[in-house]
Design a protein around this ligand. Structure first.
Ligand code: SF4
Length: 288
């Protein structure tokens, strides 16, 4: 069945509960600060359902290196195309906003920059260093792309010393090729292995509802544990636009809870598993 022929499933009740956004308070303050500093977040670019909760609590996931990604994964709502020039002032603006928002644990991610020789790692390192410089005591998670699997580029992030480095598998092995535009399952496992060896907390996540089987989810857990992954997140895939992959199935909260228990029993140190979980949800709990 082609993507356009597939039926569009109705949103179940448990996915609707957070859809109303606050009209005042900390939520609007966070939005104002982000707009004033021309900063991008995966919260808005990824149409995250938790935005009301997270922004009201004063947390957000900053997306650096612009808002246009060089890849075009079938699940992702981030814009795709030819990115703008790297903005060398961005690290300072991100660091300043973290201070003004009073964030204690910052989560940073980026678009893929396959157009750049260094895949954007120079700006990544500058951002981490600037956050540390003006926010002593603030801890950090960096949700990184695969940097084309180049170990020396991943090493630059490790050396910069964030507390947590995450890299998402996004889906099970069989579906990877169709869901992710360029990234490969095995290469992503290599990225996570390199982080695990460094002793920085390693983290990864997948989305459910893309057509995977229970056995494949459990195999993915085993593959991640094999490369030393410590923290695992599982959430429900939501179709960003009608041009993206349709949802194949809505997984119930009870099934997510079952996967959480299985993940912990298998050996992950921490598992977040709920339909509304996104990789940065409750990120402050994932530090050692
Ligand atoms: S879960 Fe992550 S992406 Fe979603 S609103 Fe919260 S911080 Fe942003």
């Amino acid at each position: 069945m082609s993507m356009s022929e597939k039926k569009h499933l109705r949103l179940p009740e448990w996915m609707k509960m957070k859809s109303r956004l606050p009209k005042d308070g900390r939520y609007t303050e966070v939005r104002r600060l982000l707009e004033e500093n021309q900063l991008h977040t995966i919260c808005t670019s990824g149409n995250c359902p938790n935005i009301g909760e997270c922004w009201s609590a004063g947390t957000a996931t900053f997306m650096i290196l612009g808002e246009i990604c060089t890849r075009s994964c079938k699940f992702c709502g981030v814009k795709t195309g030819k990115p703008l020039e790297v903005d060398i002032e961005e690290p300072a603006r991100v660091a300043k906003s973290i201070k003004m928002m009073g964030i204690l644990h910052a989560v940073i991610t980026s678009v893929d920059r396959d157009d750049l020789e260094d895949r954007g790692t120079t700006l990544w390192v500058q951002t981490i260093e600037e956050i540390k410089r003006i926010n002593p005591g603030v801890t950090m998670e960096t949700l990184i792309p695969d940097f084309d699997g180049k170990p020396h580029l991943i090493e630059r992030i490790i050396k910069a010393g964030p507390e947590v480095i995450s890299h998402n598998l996004e889906t099970v092995k069989r579906l990877s090729k169709g869901v992710r535009s360029k990234a490969r399952y095995e290469l992503s496992l290599d990225v996570i292995r390199q982080v695990s060896i460094s002793k920085i907390v390693s983290k990864s996540g997948i989305m459910l509802g893309l057509g995977e089987t229970s056995e494949e989810i459990l195999e993915t857990m085993d593959d991640l544990l094999e490369v030393g992954c410590q923290v695992f997140t599982i959430g429900q895939y939501m179709q960003p636009t009608r041009d993206h992959m349709p949802v194949d199935e809505w997984i119930t909260p009870e099934q997510f809870e079952e996967y959480r228990k299985i993940g912990l029993a298998k050996g992950f140190r921490h598992v977040e598993s709920h339909p509304l979980v996104r990789s940065s949800y409750h990120a402050e709990k994932h530090i050692k």
